[in-house]
Design a protein around this ligand. Structure first.
Ligand code: 13P
Length: 247
């Protein structure tokens, strides 16, 4: 199974659903539709209405983040996994570099993963090195630390997906070379296999994915799909990624 996950970040109002309607329409007619899943993570404000609307359709709705507690608490503006699940989300991102940059620590991320799984949300756990770490050839050690500090053997790996998003690639148009990305993806899967003591969960790539460069990524069979930012805000760009992946 391949995954095409669109992360809208701070984008979208109720009528933005039109974008998803077009993607859904493409998906229902696509001859390759059984080979992949489309998941969209709109902002919190749209999860409930979109999840209701797409309930029996092809698009699955997820959350971009969740608070590191289970149900209810006295944390102003916080949204728990329980609350997210109760309005129809099936997935949540955890550990996106935007949120790490705003203060999410490994300890907080571990609780987010734990409580998300407890509330039956599938977790898309994001990891990635920054520009300086890459320059200093620290990529693999940074990624290993990000995974081992948060993921535990007793988490159900069937409900976890890992998304590798190099920070220097997000929104920049810069992407890793094919050989670097293959090496990194194989390494990530090896670390995950060691953590879970069985087959690695799915590993996605994210960072400036578009309809042109997806042809490079599809050569790397270890990549199980994509986490797509900018291009997920346009139905045409998002559909082009899927079309060109299976061309
Ligand atoms: P871009 O596709 O805009 O580079 O964003 C990637 C990302 O951060 C998705 O979570």
């Amino acid at each position: 199974m391949r995954y095409f996950i669109g992360n809208w970040k701070m984008f979208g109002v109720p009528k933005s659903r039109n974008i998803l309607n077009k993607i859904n329409k493409f998906n229902t007619k696509d001859k390759n539709r059984n080979k992949y899943k489309v998941i969209i993570t709109p902002p919190y404000t749209l999860i409930e209405s979109y999840a209701k609307y797409f309930k029996n359709k092809k698009i699955v709705v997820g959350s971009q983040n969740c608070y590191q507690k289970d149900q209810f608490s006295s944390n102003t503006a916080a949204i728990s996994p329980y609350m997210i699940r109760s309005i129809g989300a099936k997935y949540t991102l955890v550990g996106h570099s935007d949120n790490r940059a705003e203060g999410d620590t490994d300890l907080m991320l571990k609780d987010k993963v734990k409580y998300a799984l407890k509330n039956k949300l599938k977790v898309v756990f994001c990891i990635g090195e920054n520009k300086l770490e890459k320059k200093n050839k620290k990529t693999l050690s940074v990624l290993k630390k990000q995974m081992t500090k948060v993921l535990e053997k007793n988490f159900n790996k069937n409900n976890i997906i890992v998304a590798y998003e190099p920070i220097w690639s997000i929104g920049t148009g810069k992407i890793p070379t094919g050989s670097d990305l293959k090496k990194t993806t194989v390494y990530i899967k090896k670390v995950l296999k060691d953590i879970f003591n069985k087959k690695s969960p799915a590993v996605l790539y994210g960072g400036s994915v578009d309809g042109n460069n997806v042809e490079i990524f599809r050569e790397i069979e270890e990549i199980d799909g994509f986490l797509i930012g900018g291009a997920s805000k346009s139905s045409k760009k998002f559909i082009d990624i899927i079309k060109n992946y299976y061309r």
